[in-house]
Design a protein around this ligand. Structure first.
Ligand code: NAD
Ligand code: ZN
Length: 355
């Protein structure tokens, strides 16, 4: 079973493989020796499937377990849910030595992590990611937070977990559309850093039960390396934003009817096509990415003229003043940051929707 070690400001292990949820208690005990209580945070889809198994495991490791279950969905990732979570923490009497465990997708992890970062100015946090996106992306890197009406993820904190357990068996109950959505981030990771992994993904079904642990581990390893190089997003970490500038704009333009993974898939193609036309990317790169995206049920572009949605790119957090850090590929496996003035984004992307 792969165990990856991160050398963040507070180091932690990420274990990946089938059956890890039932070991949550004993493994958490090793990083949280003094805790007596754990609050298990989960959503209304995931809790019925896995919360009993996880709660039993914590009880067996000597914890008193209580639960906070909220309605599944991004709409729950807001301050009012966190306020209810604080009430639960207070009622259950969690102290500085106790533990919050996040069992679920990225919404659960971001919100439970934010509560852990702020409750008593910070208590131990364990990530038990159950969606592919959460296993390969949101549970790694220490970013936590919530949405406010003005925008997604505008309120948050850096709060690395003490431990992450990615149980690849849990992916079996994910709706197929949510699973393929997570593949967009896996393909993104391969695009920016790892040509061998990119080929590997094209040669087999990376989502079959026997291949899942390697798929998750290789994607996590890329994110881990990028984040370690740059924990607070000054340079290298920006590479993770490949496909996201146009992707976020498309997502917002669709009023979030287009899922994040599908929008990022399209965004990777659009920006790469534009870059090829300007001689900034080796020709044929967009076609290679498109082949892989189609293999995993993701869109290989978008026909909306960028002029219709680019206004949504202006609020992008990754912007510094009037310059946008666009992420491009020299070729597969070699991402780089290409700063451009915000004003020139329309010209840069003008024909990217045309094949
Ligand atoms: P999510 O948590 O809403 O999960 C997606 C859906 O899958 C939900 O309906 C959930 O109930 C369901 N689900 C999860 N695991 C399941 C399982 N094993 N079986 C059945 N159903 C399951 O969303 P997500 O796609 O996991 O994550 C998206 C969130 O992650 C966004 O809020 C985004 O902002 C955040 N995010 C954070 C970071 C970070 O660095 N912190 C990075 C990327 C994304
Ligand atoms: Zn993303």
């Amino acid at each position: 079973m792969p165990i990856l070690h991160t050398a963040a400001s507070r180091p932690y292990d990420i274990a990946i493989g089938p059956g890890l949820l039932k070991e949550a208690g004993e493994r958490s005990r090793l990083v949280n020796p003094k805790g007596t209580r754990v609050l298990l945070v989960s959503d209304s889809n995931v809790a019925p499937l896995y919360a009993d198994k996880v709660a039993n495991s914590y009880a067996a490791a000597g914890y008193r377990v209580t639960r906070f279950v909220f309605p599944a969905g991004e709409e729950s990732k807001r301050l009012s849910t966190v306020a209810a979570l604080y009430e639960r923490l207070a009622a259950d009497g969690l102290t500085r030595s106790d533990l919050i465990a996040a069992l679920g997708g990225g919404v659960t992890g971001d919100m439970a992590g934010f509560a852990a970062a702020t409750w008593l100015r910070g208590i131990d946090f364990v990530g038990l990611p159950t969606s592919l996106l959460a296993q390969v992306d949101s549970s790694v890197g220490g970013k936590t937070g919530v949405d406010i009406p003005e925008g997604k993820n505008l309120v948050g904190a850096f709060w690395p977990p003490r431990l992450v357990l990615a149980d690849t068996e849990a992916l079996s109950t994910l709706p197929p559309a949510v699973l393929s959505d997570g593949m967009a981030e896996v393909i993104k990771a391969a695009c920016i850093k790892d040509a061998a992994f990119f080929s590997w993904l094209g040669e087999r079904d990376a989502l079959s039960p026997e291949n899942r642990p390697e798929t998750v581990a290789r994607a996590v390893d890329i994110k881990r390396r990028v984040v370690e190089a740059d924990e607070r997003e000054a340079g290298e970490r920006r590479l993770l934003n490949f496909g996201h500038t146009l992707g976020h704009a498309l997502e917002a333009h669709s009023q979030f009817r287009l899922s994040h993974g599908r929008a990022v898939a399209a965004g990777m193609i659009l920006v790469t096509r534009a870059a090829e036309r300007k001689g900034l990317t080796v020709p044929g790169t967009a076609d290679k990415i498109a082949f892989l995206l189609r293999r995993y049920g993701l869109p290989d572009g978008d026909e909306t003229p960028p002029a219709q949605y680019l206004s949504h790119a202006a609020l992008d957090k990754k912007r510094t003043g009037d310059t946008l850090s666009l992420v491009l590929l020299h070729t597969i496996g070699e991402g780089y940051v290409h700063p451009i003035p915000v004003d020139s984004l329309p010209a840069f992307t003008a024909d990217s929707h045309v094949k």
